[in-house]
Write a protein that binds this ligand. Structure first.
Ligand SMILES: Nc1ncnc2c1ncn2[C@@H]1O[C@H](COP(=O)(O)OP(=O)(O)OP(=O)(O)O)[C@@H](O)[C@H]1O
Ligand SMILES: [Mg+2]
Length: 339
């Protein structure tokens, strides 16, 4: 039986703030199989980045505290590793691509040197081999005349090309897991599509496992096998991408999907907005954190957190945290879909 490459179990993270403990990640559990691409979506502040920072050992100390949980990656609990061991994993077995390539790349070092340093740090290659591998990587991420680019600086590259360099760095050591956090958010839609296409190709060639975090569900539609919807530091729904999109069972997923503009909207048509705003996690609600914003919430939702459970009569792995039966409620209130 194949074992998960990554398994997060009951992870809870608190930030100590002047106003008190802020509950950013709450009993988060999920796993990722080798070769799987997981798209994670959710509104700002839902704990997408914070749990990844925990995984990478990059949480700010001492403000952030992991109060419970385990993060098992490739047979090791990452939360028990030393900083030195984590350093070897970051950029080695786990590659990362972050949002802003201009702040992640060093402006005074050449592109070639920045990629080569990562290779030299994490592999046994000598300088000559590392340079050859750097050229291969630049070629792989679609940068033309790669050998001549080695001596160029980040400011000589366009935004899309800089993000390609970040992907090359993320892939430099042939990682088992590639994590992209809002990797295409700062790019225009055409470049975004090119980057997604590039990742899709890399995935097909190398079988790398991917976590792709974004605000924009449509940007992961071609990439993700599994979609995970997070809210208030929890998983609200998760499952095969097209199943979650076509048959959402959490009212939060349903709201997010309805808020996506489409080309078929008629002039003057207003876009759906999820009412209200995310809860104040200084005093997390007792029940389902989405209940105060959920037009379908039942009395139970307000005081009892629903567990994430397999959705009956759906594909295996389609899980939702909901006390209500969304399709049944929608069929009773067809007008809700016309808002
Ligand atoms: N250094 C910090 N100190 C205090 N609170 C923090 C810190 N970093 C993050 N948080 C809080 O943790 C919560 C989760 O933040 P996180 O960055 O994980 O959200 P996110 O889902 O990645 O949002 P976005 O889509 O905007 O990137 C938020 O309430 C945020 O304010
Ligand atoms: Mg984030």
């Amino acid at each position: 039986m194949t074992v998960p490459l990554l398994e997060i179990r009951n992870l809870s993270i608190v930030f100590d703030t002047a106003e008190g403990p802020l509950h950013t990640v709450n009993n988060l559990s999920y796993s990722l199989m080798p070769g799987e691409t997981l798209g994670i979506v959710g509104e700002s502040g839902s704990g997408k980045s914070v749990h990844i920072m925990a995984l990478l050992g990059l949480l700010p100390s001492p403000q952030a505290r992991i109060i419970s949980g385990e993060i098992l990656f490739d047979g090791e609990n990452l939360l028990t590793l030393t900083e030195k061991e984590l350093c070897n994993i970051r950029g080695g077995k786990i590659g990362m691509i972050f949002q802003n390539p201009m702040s992640s790349l060093n402006p005074v070092l050449t592109i070639g040197r920045q990629i080569r340093e990562v290779i030299l740090r994490h592999t046994n290659m000598n300088r000559k081999q590392a340079t050859a591998h750097t050229i291969e990587l630049l070629d792989l991420v679609g940068i033309s005349a790669p050998a001549s680019r080695l001596t160029q600086y980040p400011h000589e590259f366009s935004g899309g090309m800089r993000q390609r360099v970040m992907i090359a760095i993320g892939l430099a050591c042939n990682p088992k897991l590639l994590i992209a956090d809002e990797a295409t958010t700062a790019l225009d839609v055409t470049v975004q599509a090119q980057i997604v296409d590039l990742i899709q190709n890399l995935k097909e060639k190398s079988g790398v496992t991917i976590i792709w975090i974004t605000h924009d569900i449509s940007s992961v539609s071609t990439l993700a096998d599994t979609l995970q919807v997070m809210y208030a530091g929890r998983v609200m729904e998760r499952g095969p991408f097209s199943t979650v999109i076509n048959d959402p069972r959490s009212a939060y997923t349903w709201g997010l999907l309805r808020a996506i503009p489409t080309l078929h909207m008629h002039p003057g048509q207003r876009l759906y907005q999820i009412p209200g705003s995310p809860p104040n996690m200084l005093s997390p609600p007792m029940g389902d954190p989405f209940a105060p914003r959920n037009p379908f919430a039942t009395p139970r939702c307000h005081h009892d957190m629903p567990p994430l459970r397999q959705v009956p009569n759906s594909l295996p792995g389609h899980m939702a945290a909901a006390w209500y039966d969304l399709p049944a409620l929608l069929s009773l209130h067809p007008e809700a879909s016309d808002v």
